[in-house]
Design a protein around this ligand. Sequence first.
Ligand code: AR6
Length: 165
Amino acid sequence: MAKILLRQGDITQIKTDAIVNAANVRLRGGGGVDGAIHRAAGPELNEACQKLGGCPTGAAKTTPGFNLPAKYIIHTPGPIWRGGTKNEAKLLASCYANCLKQAAAHGCRTIAFPAISTGIYGFPLEKACQIALECVQKSELVSEVVFVCYDRRTYQVYQELLHQK
Ligand code: AR6
């Protein structure tokens, strides 16, 4: 079972083996956490992303971390929330599962996740955090998972869910 940690702050500063990027399917740097990661990692990240040929929703692809303290960036496009009837929950779960697989395949023991899909993509926060926790709690693929919460509300939702367990 992976150890679960909660942090408030900016994921670009986190020194885990891998950090996860809430990307888009074209892997072209956008806004939100994606924009922050691209700015902090430097222009080489965009070049590396363009060689990957995009990434389907729910899948994950890895690049080096370039100027970041993390060794790797695992890019995963989360689902856009469309009311809950378009397989959004399953797709979000597969983002977490595939990121953990990518981390293990690259020899990473520690990984940090942002709250995928809960910003620009509009996934309801409580539901998204619940899915994230369920996916990582049963995993044996890494030893430590850090949920990096940019805003206070996300931190509180995770905290409440962790205390309920
Ligand atoms: N560190 C950690 N979390 C952050 C940071 C940061 N530096 N900045 C924002 N967040 P979002 P999405 C939080 O919108 O909903 C991009 O344009 C943010 O507060 O970044 O998956 C992509 O290219 C929220 O809790 O990602 C896609 O087009 C969480 O990260 C699209 O946005 C996710 O918010 C993806 O949308």
